[in-house]
Design a protein around this ligand. Structure first.
Ligand SMILES: [Zn+2]
Ligand SMILES: [Zn+2]
Length: 258
């Protein structure tokens, strides 16, 4: 979709004028928010091109996925070349991997919001494979528990009413040749536009300065030394046995993942 630029520009100019007028008032206390940094574009090269389409439009980036991962799973139909017998799942949820549309538009330079936001049910991010990222809930007030963990394939995913989705970090099994496990790989992009990386920094160490959302300012393998805010999978076992991908609040402003 594209609108004539002036339709977008005019309200923005008005907004900026109003904002700058307000700033002239010395009584307004401006909190010390760091200037947003653009998300390094080379990170988007990591996304599975068979499933994910990335569109850059000035200040915004749109990520669209058909939800079909580029890795094996027992949740594929048995006729699919990527179908395998279960490796870690001992029980399967009904249904299988199917094509759908998942889309989110985020700012190219996302900002930290004045307050954090809890995530809800449904997609809270889109992973590099194209599969949506879910939080640590399986329903209203129903956190991931042992009975649900049994249904995860090695990718940390299962099928729910809205399709195939990830909850946890993938398992360290020979079948896993694609997904991050206890490393520095990019996991995906969250609804607020910030990138989510694996548990480690690019030098192999565990970050020690993470905020309560697993976020910090730092350089990654994609940013050529430039520091920008990004999340890591928090290196803590959730309910004793699993590593949740993202069981915390978002520090930016969430955009709708449809
Ligand atoms: Zn689920
Ligand atoms: Zn980092």
């Amino acid at each position: 979709m594209s609108y004539p630029k002036f339709l977008i520009a005019f309200p923005l100019v008005t907004f900026l004028l109003i904002t700058s007028c307000k700033n002239d008032d010395d009584s307004v206390d401006q909190p010390d928010q760091p200037t947003p940094v653009s998300t390094p574009l080379s990170a988007f090269d990591e996304f599975n091109p068979d499933a994910v389409t990335i569109s850059f439009d000035g200040d915004e980036i749109t990520i669209e996925s058909n939800g079909l991962p580029n890795h094996t799973s027992p949740y594929w139909e048995e006729t699919n070349p990527l179908y395998i017998e279960p490796v870690v799942a001992t029980r399967m949820t009904p249904g299988g991997i199917g094509s759908r549309s998942i889309i989110v538009t985020v700012p190219a330079a996302p900002a930290i919001a004045s307050s954090s936001t809890a995530t809800g049910l449904g997609p809270i991010g889109i992973s590099v494979t194209g599969v949506p990222i879910f939080n640590d809930q399986e329903g209203d007030n129903r956190p991931i528990e042992e009975m649900i963990v049994e249904t995860f394939d090695y990718a940390g995913a299962h099928v729910g009413p809205s399709g195939y989705h990830y909850h946890t970090e993938s398992a360290d099994v020979p079948e896993n040749t694609v997904l991050s496990h206890d490393d520095e790989k990019l996991i995906g992009i969250m609804a607020d536009g910030f990138l989510l990386y694996g548990r480690r920094e690019m030098d192999g160490s565990y970050p020690t300065d993470l905020d309560e959302s697993g976020g910090h300012y730092g350089a990654t393998q994609h940013s050529e030394g430039e520091e920008f805010y990004h999340y890591h999978i928090i290196n803590e076992f959730y309910l004793g046995t699993i590593i949740a991908l993202f069981a915390v609040d978002l520090q930016g402003t969430p955009n709708n993942i449809m």
